[in-house]
Structures are given as structure tokens and as C-alpha cells.
Design a protein around this ligand. Sequence first.
Ligand code: FAD
Length: 403
Amino acid sequence: MTAVQSFDVAILGAGLAGRLSAWLLVRAGARVVLVERGGPDGSGSAAHVAAAMLAPLAESAIAERRIVDLGIASVDLWRTWLHELPEPVFFQEDGTLVVWHARDRSELSLFTGRMRAVAPPELVQQRLRTLDGKGLAEVEPELAGRFAQGLLLQGEGQLDNRGAMRALLSCAIAEGLQCVWEAGEVDAGSLPAMGINASVVLDCRGLGARSAWNGPEDGTGRALPGLRGLRGEVVRVHAPDVKLHRPVRLLHPRYPIYIAPKPNDLYVIGATELESEDESPMSVRSALELLSAAHSLHPAFGEARVLELNVQRRPTRPDHLPAIRVDQSARIVRVNGLYRHGWLIAPAVTEAACHVVRALLDDDPAAHAVPASLRWPGMIQAVRETAPGLPGVLAESGTGMLH
Ligand SMILES: Cc1cc2nc3c(=O)[nH]c(=O)nc-3n(C[C@H](O)[C@H](O)[C@H](O)COP(=O)(O)OP(=O)(O)OC[C@H]3O[C@@H](n4cnc5c(N)ncnc54)[C@H](O)[C@@H]3O)c2cc1C
């Protein structure tokens, strides 16, 4: 881009939050440019490697109530939005099956105890079904005789992440989105030199936005990191001899894995979660653990072909919750902290972020206090950044005005 071009919104990062926001904003009539360090295939994003399971009840065993609520709202949005895309995207709501080997039975009470403590009781009552061996065989015939019992978390879903990313992008481009690919490591301050003049910047760079996210003070006045990467490894295999119909989670004290069946006999087996910023390829240990656990679930995985061994880092805030930071005077909105739940919660989070962007475009003096913030109190935070791209100072959180 040589001559200066003006846009309503410049979105940084074409991963999950970036593509979803681009699609929402162009549909609302905004002139939008999407600026990405990599290419259109999204292969540098966490979104690209994810299993894209949409499992609010299963996640309640390890997450907070806020994630469950955002997840339930978001699955409703996915159901509607995916129908509005011109290309079909695989989307399934046939539940999650949870199984365990007899020796790991103690994991069950931990899993259900945590789920009951966190999830709304009516959700547990509606969705949780205990299966005996016969019930399990009806739900997943290929696991018949392999497990004595299981849990079916009814209504939980999954989608094809790569298909969704492609469809969102091509639909947004058809509606007028402009894109800058291979832009290198950009931040809000890089845009003028690229010939981009934007009324509002929406930062969706995931972990690439780390320098813009400060955390709480450490007691000596020093800001702790506000964003860190949690390494996750997944294997993609082609397994035409395995016929699973829905994501299966294996409760295990050391290797709690999931297997998500995708179209065309593809299976995503994941995922490790390591407190590490390491981006290097998958370790032998992780590959052995993931593949052995899959083989222990269904021996036909022994003949599967390994297509990809993927590593990415999940963008994670100290409280493991998502946040939207709004600097009203700099006109920057930053979305981050989608952690391991991005596909589950991104619709509700990006919808709220796009409300804020539209309020800024409308010069609403309380842009960060739009109704979306009332729905998800505390998620939208007002900040004042010292300079574009530098860590913000939390001015106020939730509702209220910036002065
Ligand atoms: C192994 C694994 C499994 C997962 N499984 C699931 C799951 O089953 N269900 C679920 O809900 N979630 C899952 N997730 C989580 C989900 O993928 C993430 O939460 C989500 O992708 C984060 O979205 P994001 O848009 O913030 O970041 P990303 O998707 O990472 O996108 C960020 C984009 O910004 C670009 N970028 C970064 N820095 C710059 C820069 N300086 N300039 C320009 N562009 C930049 C990157 O190239 C990238 O395209 C999983 C994640 C991992 C790693």
C-alpha cells in the first residue's frame, strides 16, 4: 500500500478474533483493513491448530463460570452465524463423550465434582447423561466393550476451524474487507508508515500483542506480564478405520486427552498444556503420550497416518479470562486472553469488542460502557496507554466514563 488509504477500522492479526471481527464489522457497514504478519492460510495462529471443540460443560471441569456462560452464548451465535456464511462449514452439536479406563475411575469424581461446582445446575441436569456399557455402545458403537461406562455431555459441539477461518475471510472480502498479508510484526504505531489511516485500531494479535498487555503489580511497582503463552501440542491423523461420531475425552491422571473427529476421516488428538513459551516442534514425549492415549482408546488408531504434529501457544492472561481493553483517547481496542477456549467463546467476546469499536466510530463518550459490558461485567476495561503499542494503565474497569 503506497498512497494513504483511510479506513474506519484497522484490525491487527488475522487469527480467530481478527477474522471474526472483520466479518462482523464489514457486515455492519464499516470500511475495514485486516493486517497480518503471515499469509491468508492462518498457519501462524493458534486458531489454525486448535481442535475447535465447543464444550462449555466439559470445560467447566477446569474453567471458571464466566467461560461457561460466554461459551453457551457463543455456541448460539456460531449456530446462527455459520448459517449466514455462503460456504458450508462443518458444525456439530452431538455432544461430548467422556470415558475412562477402570483403573482411572477416581478421575471421574474429580471431573464431575468440579463440573457441578462451576456449571449452572440446570445445565448439568439438562446435559449430563450417565451411560452404562449398553448406552455407550449405542452412542459410539466402536467403543462397545472397551469401556464399562461413560458420560455423554449432550448438546456440546465442535466445528471445522480451518473451514471456518477460510469462510469468514472470503465472505468478509466479498463484502469489501481489504487485507495486507505478510506485513511483518506490526503494531498500532506501524500503520501510518504503511499508508493506513484508521479511525479505530482493533488489536487481535493474540500473543503477538504481548507488549501491549501489562499485568498486576508485583508489590514493588513493577508490572507483571499481562499475557503469556501456554504451549499446546496436537496431532492430526487420517484414520479411515476409526468411526467416532463426536469428540471423546479420556479421563486420565497423566494424559487427559481428547479426540475430535473432523470431516474426511481426520482426527485431531490433543492437547498438551505446558507452562512454556517454547515454540519448537513437538517433543517425542508429547507425541508418544498423545498417540498412545489415542491407541488405548481405539486400537485402530495404530494404522492411522500422522499428517501433522502441531505446536502453538495459547494467549493467556493471569486470571485465564478474556479481556477487552479500550483506550478511548488513542482509539485502540485490544481483545485478548482467549486461552484454551478461543473457539468456544470468541463469538460473544468479539461481538462485545465490535460493539465498542462501533461506539468509538459513533463518538460515543462512554464507548467502553456499551450494553455489552453490562452483559459481561469486568470483561471490558478502560485503559490509558502511554503511547500506542505500550502497556496500558488500567484507568477504570467495567462501566463508567473516562476523563
Ligand atoms: C493446541 C491448541 C488447541 C486448542 N483447542 C481449542 C479447542 O478445542 N476449543 C477452543 O475453544 N479453543 C481451542 N484453542 C484455543 C484457541 O485456538 C485460541 O484461544 C484462539 O486461537 C486465540 O485467538 P486469537 O485471535 O486471540 O489469536 P490467534 O488465533 O493466535 O491469532 C493471532 C493472529 O495475529 C497474528 N499476529 C501476531 N502478531 C502479529 C503482529 N505483530 N503483526 C501482525 N499480525 C500478528 C498471528 O499471525 C495470528 O494470525 C486451542 C489452542 C491451541 C494452541
